[in-house]
Design a protein around this ligand. Structure first.
Ligand code: SAH
Ligand code: SF4
Ligand code: F3S
Length: 449
C-alpha cells in the first residue's frame, strides 16, 4: 500500500442551502490539511460527514434515512476490520444535538455550524476516547478566524460567506435558532479570501448570508461597511469579473444597494428577494416585517435602476390561517411581478417556531393543491423569461463540462444555465454566446465571433 492510499478518506454529503455548500468546502479543507483525502464513496470512507438542513421536515427525514444506510456500510467495513467515524454537522446538529445519537447511535460526533474550526480536534478526541461528542455551543471565538486559510479553488465560480445568522425571526423559520444571531465578517477578511480565490482562477463570487443584504462588516477604521460598499470594493479586484449575492431580505434592500445594480457593471442583474406570500395579512402573521404593497414598490425601484434584472423568490403555501383569498393574492403578486426563477414550498411546521403552534393549520391536501397551482404559474414564468432571451447574445462564464463531449456549461448574467459547443480551454472564461434555443431549465447557443 502506498502512503497515498493509506491516507484517511472522508466522504462529505451536503444538504440544504449554499451556506452549507460553502461550509462543507471549508470543512473539507480543514480535514485535508489534517491528512484526509476526499472520496465520493461511503464504502471507502474512514470518516463520513453529513452536513444537514433543518428547514423543513423532509430535509431532516432524509438525514435519518441516510444514517440508516451509513450504519450498514459501517457494519460491512467493520467486518473487514475497518473503522468508520460518523459526523453529523449543520443545522440538524445544532437543532437536535444529543437527540441525534439517541435516534442514530451510529453517530460519533454531532457538531454545530459555529464549531467547524474544531472538527479535526474533536474527531481525534472522539477516536481516542471512543466516546460520542456533541458540540453545539455558540462559541465566543469566530470560526472563520480559525478555519484553514488556504482555499481550494474548484471552479471559476465560488461561494464566499460574508454574513451568518439571522435576527428576523420569521415565525415559520428555524434559521435564527440553528445559525444564531446575525454576524458580519470583517471587510479585510472577506477581501483577503476573495483575492485568494481570484488568484486561484475564480472569476465569479457569490457572497453568501442568510440575510446577506443586512451585512454591516467592520472596516479598517472601525466603521461599518454596507453590502453595497463591500461590492464596490470587491469589484476593484482585477480578474474578478462577476459578483452576486444571496439571500436578501426585502427590509434590507437599501437605496445604495439598488444603486449598485445600476452603476456597478460587475454586479450581475439577478436578485433573489424572497417574498413568501402575496397576502399582507399572512406576511404579518409570518413576521416578515413588510407588506405586499411594500414589496411591489421595492420591485418598482429596483426595476427602475436595472430594468433587465432577473427576479427570483421563495414562496410558502399553506401557512397557518392561509385562506383561498390569501392564496389568490399570492397568485396575483406572482402574476404582476413575473419571476425569472423561484423556489416554492408547502409550509412545514418546525418544532420550537411560533407558527407550529398556531391554530388553523392548513390540511396537507390543500397545501399540495395550492403548491401545484403556484408552481404551474411560476414554471410558466421561468419558461417565458428564458424564451425572452432566445436571440440575444450574452456573456457566459463557462463553469464545467457538459454531459456530451465538446459541450461546456456556463451561466448567463441572469444565472441561466447555458450550454454551448466550446473548446475545453474556455473553461473558466467568459465568452459571448448567441442564444438559439431554450429547454426546461437551460438554454443552448453558439459562441459568437
Ligand atoms: N434567509 C432566507 C431564506 C432562508 S430558508 C430568507 O429570509 O429568505 C429558505 C426558504 O425556505 C425560505 O425563504 C422559505 O421560503 C423556506 N422555508 C423556511 N422555513 C420553512 C418552513 N417551515 N416551511 C416551508 N418552507 C420554509
Ligand atoms: Fe428565516 Fe426569516 Fe431569517 Fe430568512 S429572514 S432566515 S426566512 S427567519
Ligand atoms: Fe437549511 Fe440551515 Fe441552510 S436549516 S437552509 S442548511 S441555514
Amino acid at each position: 500500500m502506498t502512503a497515498e492510499t493509506a491516507a484517511k478518506k472522508v466522504f462529505i454529503k451536503t444538504f440544504g442551502c449554499q451556506m452549507n455548500v460553502y461550509d462543507s468546502e471549508r470543512m473539507s479543507e480543514a480535514l485535508v490539511a489534517d491528512g484526509y483525502s476526499e472520496t465520493g464513496q461511503v464504502e471507502d470512507a474512514d470518516l463520513v460527514v453529513l452536513n444537514t438542513c433543518h428547514i423543513r421536515e423532509k430535509a431532516v427525514e432524509k438525514v435519518y434515512s441516510d444514517l440508516g444506510r451509513i450504519r450498514e456500510a459501517k457494519e460491512r467495513r467493520l467486518r473487514e476490520g475497518k473503522d468508520t467515524m460518523v459526523t453529523v454537522a449543520g443545522c440538524v446538529a445544532q437543532a437536535e444535538g444529543a437527540e441525534i445519537s439517541r435516534r442514530a447511535p451510529v453517530v460519533d460526533l454531532v457538531i454545530g455550524p459555529q464549531s467547524y474550526h474544531r472538527l479535526p480536534e474533536l474527531l481525534r478526541q472522539s477516536r481516542a476516547t471512543g466516546q460520542r461528542i456533541v458540540e453545539t455551543a455558540f462559541p465566543d471565538e469566530e470560526k472563520f478566524d480559525h478555519l484553514e486559510p488556504k482555499r481550494q479553488v474548484r471552479s471559476a465560480t465560488a461561494f464566499l460567506t460574508i454574513q451568518e445568522g439571522c435576527d428576523k425571526f420569521c415565525t415559520f423559520c428555524v434559521v435564527p435558532y440553528t445559525r444564531g444571531m446575525e454576524y458580519s465578517r470583517a471587510v479585510v477578511d472577506v477581501e483577503k479570501e476573495a483575492r485568494a480565490l481570484v488568484e486561484g482562477g475564480v472569476r465569479e463570487l457569490t457572497l453568501l448570508g442568510q440575510n446577506v443584504n443586512a451585512y454591516h462588516g467592520s472596516d479598517e477604521t472601525g466603521g461599518e461597511t454596507s453590502l453595497a460598499a463591500l461590492i464596490r470594493r470587491l469589484a476593484r479586484i482585477d480578474g474578478l469579473e462577476r459578483i452576486r449575492y444571496t439571500t436578501s431580505h426585502p427590509r434590507n434592500m437599501s437605496d445604495d444597494l439598488i444603486a449598485a445594480h445600476a452603476e456597478e457593471p460587475k454586479l450581475m442583474p439577478y436578485l433573489h428577494l424572497p417574498v413568501q406570500s402575496g397576502s399582507s395579512r399572512i406576511l404579518a402573521a409570518m413576521n416578515r416585517k413588510h407588506t405586499a404593497e411594500e414589496y411591489f414598490r421595492l420591485i418598482e425601484k429596483i426595476r427602475a435602476a436595472r430594468p433587465d434584472i432577473a427576479l427570483s423568490t421563495d414562496m410558502i403555501v399553506g401557512f397557518p390561517g392561509e385562506t383561498d383569498a390569501d392564496f389568490e393574492e399570492t397568485l396575483d403578486l406572482v402574476r404582476q411581478i413575473g419571476f425569472a426563477q423561484s423556489y416554492s414550498f408547502k409550509y412545514s411546521p418546525r418544532p420550537g417556531t411560533p407558527a407550529a403552534n398556531m391554530e388553523d393549520q392548513v390540511p396537507d391536501a390543500l397545501k399540495s393543491e395550492r403548491l401545484t397551482r403556484l408552481q404551474y404559474l411560476l414554471t410558466n414564468q421561468q419558461d417565458r423569461f428564458n424564451a425572452g432571451t432566445v436571440g440575444q447574445t450574452m456573456p457566459v462564464l463557462f463553469e464545467r463540462t457538459g454531459r456530451n463531449a465538446g459541450i461546456l456549461v456556463g451561466r448567463s448574467p441572469y444565472l441561466q444555465l447555458v450550454q454551448a459547443e466550446a473548446d475545453l480551454n474556455l473553461l473558466g472564461q467568459i465568452r459571448p454566446v448567441a442564444i438559439r434555443a431554450h429547454g426546461p431549465g437551460s438554454l443552448s447557443g453558439v459562441i459568437a465571433a
